[in-house]
Design a binder for this molecule. Structure first.
Ligand code: EPU
Length: 338
């Protein structure tokens, strides 16, 4: 293990924020992770993997461990299903492309989400009607303080909307080292209910879609709406969609009958934050190098040299404006590193 000093993190976070790690180390195995966690000369540790869900607002005065553990292993299979063990550092989209080559179904709706596999459970990533929890069997994690391994079942992860145990009680206590998925080999459960997917499949004149077609449709939709982090720095949706009670929803809906919404349960409705932000006039706006994406107001972007603090200031301005206009609180989905 080589420890570097004053390492630029610009290429390690998809927002493309320039910030320095005081110390930096690549972690290529579970053993290296355990060894690094025992380095008492560097008491403060910080973890980064795909860097796709963080906004770094200042230099990081710690030993930054880049979780880059690779490997995909079949741990069980029968005629109908396969269980895969995927190491934390495997790129999420590359994993999906690989599963599609093998005709394994379950992850296709989550194509092109940036980031790595090990961080996907932390916020239960999801898109187009499917969430990680739907094919998640378990994950292995290392307890940071004791380096003891622990397996978390689906239930123990307490998945919710962009939420899990690892964002709540387990916050800052574990590093996920691998994730086990349960995928289908036949009789794939296709999820095409999301309007945009139906429209895209119709456009492509596909009547009986296969899992690869769904992935291609999702890729086309995402490419048309969401900026490619390799070209314009971003972290996907910056805010979560606010979830309100039925009572609040009725009042809101009366005032804004045209606002899109999704019923989550009998007493919970989701209101798209992208719509709220657009109504406040921010869509496509640019302030220096910080901005709001022109095709999806929920995505904040770095046109090149914005600092994390500038993006954060823009986020505060946006949420204050949404609060004032709609009396709704929008909170970041992205981890703010202060
Ligand atoms: N909308 C607007 N203006 C905008 C953006 C959206 O009016 O600028 C409206 C749309 O017209 C639509 C509604 O808001 O009626 C929802 O928009 P969209 O389908 O684009 O989805 P979203 O709710 O904004 C969520 C996820 C995305 C995921 C999509 C598709 C969250 C925070 N975001 O976005 O996830 O790809 O649904 O399933 O839940 C991410 O988490 O990084 C992410 C990209």
């Amino acid at each position: 293990m080589e420890i570097q000093q004053n390492t630029s993190l610009k290429t390690y976070n998809t927002f493309g924020i320039e910030a320095k790690a005081k110390y930096f180390c690549e972690i290529n195995s579970v053993l290296e992770l355990s060894q690094a966690l025992q380095l008492t000369d560097y008491p403060k540790k910080f973890f980064i993997s795909g860097g796709s869900n963080m906004l770094i607002t200042q230099d990081i005065d710690a030993l930054v461990l880049h979780i880059n553990i690779k490997g995909i292993e079949i741990i069980y299979e029968d005629e109908d299903q396969v269980h895969l063990k995927v190491s934390a550092g495997e790129n999420w989209h590359q994993l999906i492309l690989w599963t599609l080559e093998q005709n394994y179904g379950g992850l296709e709706n989550m194509s092109l989400i940036p980031g790595n596999t090990g961080t996907a459970p932390i916020q239960n990533i999801g898109a187009y009607g499917v969430e990680l929890k739907d094919s998640f069997e378990s994950c292995e994690a290392m307890h940071i303080a004791t380096q003891k391994p622990r397996t978390f079942s689906n239930e123990e992860c307490q998945f919710g909307y962009r939420d899990s145990y690892f964002k709540n009680e387990g916050k800052g206590q574990y590093v996920i080292t691998s994730v086990n998925f349960r995928l289908t080999k036949k009789n794939h459960v296709l999820n095409t209910s999301y309007g945009a997917i139906e429209t895209e499949l119709e456009k492509q004149k596909i009547k009986q879609p296969k899992i690869k077609d769904i992935s291609n449709a999702v890729i086309a939709i995402r490419q048309s709406k969401l900026p490619d982090p390799a070209k314009i720095g971003n972290s996907g949706s910056f805010f979560k969609n606010p979830v309100v009670s039925k009572q609040q929803f009725v009042i809101f809906n009366k005032k804004y009958p045209d606002a899109p919404n999704y019923k989550v349960s009998d007493d919970a409705y989701k209101i798209p934050a992208g719509w709220l932000i657009e109504q406040c006039g921010f869509k496509g706006k640019r302030y220096g190098d910080a901005g709001v994406h022109k095709n999806q107001a929920l995505v904040l972007v770095n046109y090149g040299n914005a600092s994390g603090a500038e993006i954060l200031e823009l986020a505060y301005t946006i949420s204050a404006s949404v609060k004032e206009k709609f009396d709704l609180k929008i909170t970041p989905e992205v981890n703010i590193i202060k």
